[in-house]
Design a protein. Structure first.
Length: 248
């Protein structure tokens, strides 16, 4: 069965129909740039553009880069603060002409997809997915069960929000080499998260997972296994579509 997934990020908004039997996109994803400022109305317009590009008319799952409870946005670190308190499911459903819309945290969506179809499939114990991008998203699983809205990208690291030091955006903004970013930023962040949660497995997602060979082999001193996301940057879209099917 095909369902539509949309992944809202700090830099881009992308979506595609998803085959839920295979956990794979059925068509190449369509992507638009995230508007700045990323206000609710402007982002909703972009989501509608992505969905309408495919002529879609069924349920839609949407990820959001922040805490989401019962489709209401609670935090908005990398988009406009006007999102806080908005019922995103209702807003996006109205913009999409009444289509049923399910909204969840972006990293949680990616994690659910990875645990079902990707690098976490069949894994027990404690698994943490971290999406490295504009910020750092996190999804925590205990024996396959999601603990939602963990937001581990906002842990304090050397007096800063961790995502301000270890995200892909930090690497780009500071023009860091792969080695510097991997050993002095990502490795220290992983060590901090490991100290708190003692995971069995770290899954590294986000767009940078396509280049895992450039930085994961440089990371040392972490007890947990570290692997790139199997679905790479499509995990959010797949997880969004999965959530839409579960809740509708």
């Amino acid at each position: 069965m095909n369902v539509f997934g949309v992944d809202i990020g700090g830099s881009g908004i992308k979506g595609a129909p998803v085959d839920l039997e295979r956990g794979a996109l059925t068509e190449p994803r369509h992507k638009v740039l995230t508007p700045h400022p990323a206000t609710p109305d402007d982002v909703a317009g972009c989501v509608a553009e992505v969905v309408e590009n495919f002529g879609w008319s069924g349920p839609v799952g949407v990820t959001f880069p922040g805490v989401v409870t019962d489709s209401t946005i609670r935090t908005a670190a990398n988009v406009d603060k006007k999102w806080v308190g908005v019922d995103a499911g209702r807003l996006l459903g109205e913009r999409l002409g009444g289509l049923p819309v399910t909204v969840l945290n972006d990293a949680d969506a990616a994690g659910v997809a990875e645990m079902t179809f990707g690098a976490g499939r069949g894994r027990k114990g404690t698994v943490i997915l971290l999406t490295l991008g504009t910020g750092i998203g996190s999804a925590l699983f205990v024996d396959g069960r999601l603990v939602p809205n963990t937001e581990l990208g906002h842990l304090e690291l050397k007096g800063h929000d961790a995502e301000k030091r270890a995200s892909t955006k930090a690497k780009e903004d500071e023009d860091l080499t792969w080695e510097h970013w991997a050993t002095r930023r990502v490795q220290k962040y992983l060590a901090h998260v490991e100290m708190l949660f003692s995971p069995d497995l770290f899954i590294i997602g986000g767009g940078v997972s396509r280049k895992a060979d450039k930085f994961l082999p440089l990371i040392e001193g972490i007890r947990a296994e570290i692997v790139p996301a199997g679905l790479q940057n499509d995990a959010g879209i797949v997880g969004a579509a999965m959530a839409s099917q579960v809740l509708h």
